[in-house]
Design a protein around this ligand. Structure first.
Ligand code: DQA
Length: 146
């Protein structure tokens, strides 16, 4: 089983950006955590972060040709704006889970819409870094039941 974990803009600033909201762990800590979770579950994983919408779209398209089994995506601010990321997820129709570190449902009105979320079978939010583990397990369980 091979997963792609995608992280959108400003997530490379974890540890520096708004620690009251996103915590004190760094992006490197997040990468190590995801790798460890996947190793424990015997899942091969590629972890990718970009501040560019088009780069995220291209990575999703590439996942199709690389026969990626599942995608975990934190589109970050593109959650609330990106029809392009939604369309890319729909184009490849690879099972996907949306993840947010913060509790988006309790934040500003403009964060209440998720476009990429419409192409995901589940959303995990407000559980910090542990949410990535939950998302990976949800994806694995889903693929095993299909
Ligand atoms: C986020 C929530 C988004 O609203 C925000 O723009 C982010 C991070 C989260 O992980 O909580 O950059 O996706």
């Amino acid at each position: 089983m091979k997963f792609l974990v995608l992280n959108g803009p400003n997530l490379n600033m974890l540890g520096i950006r708004e620690p009251d909201i996103y915590g004190r762990f760094t992006y490197r800590d997040l990468e190590v955590f995801i790798q460890q979770v996947c190793d424990d579950l015997h899942i091969e994983v590629e972890i990718y972060q970009s501040n560019y919408e088009g780069a995220l779209v291209e990575k999703i398209q590439k996942a199709y040709f690389e026969k990626i089994d599942g995608i975990v995506i934190n589109p970050a601010a593109y959650t609330h704006t990106s029809v392009a990321i939604l369309d890319a997820l729909k184009a490849v129709s690879i099972p996907a889970v949306e993840i947010h570190i913060s509790k988006v449902e309790e934040r500003e009105d403009f964060r209440q819409i998720s476009y990429p979320g419409k192409a995901c079978f589940a959303t995990v939010a407000g559980k910090g870094i542990d949410g990535y583990k939950e998302a990976i397990i949800l994806l694995k369980d889903k693929l095993q039941e299909d």
